[in-house]
Design a protein around this ligand. Structure first.
Ligand SMILES: Cc1cc2nc3c(=O)[nH]c(=O)nc-3n(C[C@H](O)[C@H](O)[C@H](O)COP(=O)(O)O)c2cc1C
Length: 421
């Protein structure tokens, strides 16, 4: 009945009238893609997310180098958990707020940061790209982001200070068996203008990074039949390795062996809270303790003089089956947030992850792999790209949340869904 009264054939209602397009109309649709001529630019141009940079990185460097960066300890459950904790985040936006301007800046230990994340300390960074720490520090300087140099860095404290004099720089320390050597590093960092000291405390012994064991990774990479074969696949990486300053630790005498052997030989498994007090005596600036997992330890390190606590599972590279830092964040902030600044890392792959951590009380975050993927994908410009991607994602998330700046973020903006829901 309806069909008889209402239905009209397409020809009757003129839906399918056709005509030839005019050239002027056709031309408007032709938009040649802008493809950069420079190969690095071209590669980075295609990276819209940190995951895209990771994919490019996997093709740029030998398998063992990528696995060293990408991998974690044992069954990699700690890393997986941290990543999944960010998938549990549920945002609760507020509508009808004027978000035409957004402020991503925050104040950390008395310094104004334009974005609430810093580059985490990472060892052996010249293995990932021959420009290594220098590239990361220069990119950090350009963006006003804080760069943290690792004790296991492959560029010296002083060289980074020369290359990126205006960058905000932190120095990360492992406590050595030889305390005098540790004290010497701290004094050099102070003399070179580093603003804060980060003491990493989750490395009593080396984590079991099974990918490295299987790949037979050594520092520097040994020339074996498989690495020689690899040179055919990644000629640029090998060319850069062999034609630049030999890969060595800037703070250590020469080392030949695996990462685990090095850690176990040099680091002191007998470090205790008393060492924080010892450090307070040799370092007058802000002191953060990195690798804290529990409320009790957060309280204890602050009681012993720490100005900041970094909730971190070392990117899942040390103890496996650890809790996700995001899931212990709020109780730790409730316990020590009035006396110390609480930062967080592990698993951050998106600017929205940073926003969630801040809403749950973190002052700022550190990112490790997120900038290393950029470094492997395109050196200094790759790190620029990582920082730009994270910043853009953060800004968009804040605007969609109806928040004008990170200072406005609070727990009403985020909840954590039940695992698996
Ligand atoms: C390749 C690599 C090397 C690292 N080296 C160090 C180091 O020398 N000292 C340290 O305190 N943490 C080190 N870390 C841990 C980072 O500082 C940071 O805690 C971790 O990368 C955060 O997790 P994410 O990579 O998922 O962002 C390293 C991490 C990676 C991925």
């Amino acid at each position: 009945m309806w069909r008889e009264t209402h239905w009209r054939e397409p020809e009757e209602v003129g839906l399918v009238d056709r005509r030839l397009p005019r050239w002027s109309e056709f031309r408007q649709l032709l938009r040649p893609a802008r493809v950069p001529l420079d190969p690095t630019e071209r590669r980075l141009h295609r990276a819209y997310t940190i995951a895209d940079l990771r994919t490019i990185a996997a093709h740029r460097v030998p398998r063992a180098v990528f696995d060293y960066t990408d991998g974690a300890a044992e069954q990699e459950i700690s890393l997986l958990r941290a990543r999944r904790s960010f998938a549990r985040v549920e945002f609760h936006p507020q509508a009808l707020r004027d978000v035409s301007t957004t402020d991503t800046g925050t104040t950390v230990l008395g310094r104004r940061w334009p974005v609430p994340f810093a580059l985490a300390p990472t060892g052996f960074t010249r293995m990932m790209h021959h420009e290594g720490e220098r590239a990361a520090a220069r990119a950090a300087q350009r963006a006003g982001v804080t760069f943290t140099l690792s004790t296991m860095g492959t560029t010296s404290i002083e060289q980074i200070a020369r290359e990126a004099p205006a960058a905000h720089k932190w120095f990360q320390l492992y406590v050595w068996r030889d305390r005098a050597a540790g004290k010497d590093l701290v004094e050099r960092a102070r003399a070179a203008g580093y603003e804060a000291l980060v003491l990493t405390v989750d490395t009593a012994v080396a984590g079991a990074r099974m990918r490295d064991v299987r790949n037979g990774l050594t520092i520097p990479p040994a020339l074996t039949p498989s690495t020689v074969l690899d040179a055919a696949v990644h000629p640029a990486w090998w060319f850069n390795l062999l034609t630049t300053e030999p890969l060595a630790f800037a703070s250590l005498n020469e080392w030949q062996g695996t990462v685990a052997e090095l850690v176990n030989a040099m680091f002191d498994p007998a470090v205790t809270f008393a060492d924080i007090e010892w450090l307070r005596g040799v370092w007058p600036g802000p002191l953060l303790v990195k690798g804290i997992h529990t409320v009790g330890d957060a309280r204890a390190v602050v009681d012993h003089g720490a100005d900041g606590v970094i909730l971190s599972t070392h990117g899942g590279r040390q103890l496996d089956r650890a809790a996700a830092p995001l899931e212990v964040l709020s109780p730790v902030v409730d316990a020590v947030g009035d006396r110390a600044e609480v930062l967080l890392d592990t698993g951050i792959m998106h600017g929205g992850d940073v926003v969630a951590a801040l809403a749950l009380g973190a002052k700022a975050c550190l990112v490790g792999r997120a900038f290393l993927y950029g470094l492997m994908a395109g050196g200094e410009r790759g790190v620029d790209r990582s920082i730009a991607i994270l910043t853009r994602e953060m800004t968009r998330t804040l605007q969609l949340l109806g928040v004008r700046g990170v200072a406005e973020l609070n727990r009403s903006h985020v909840s954590l869904r039940r695992a698996g829901s």
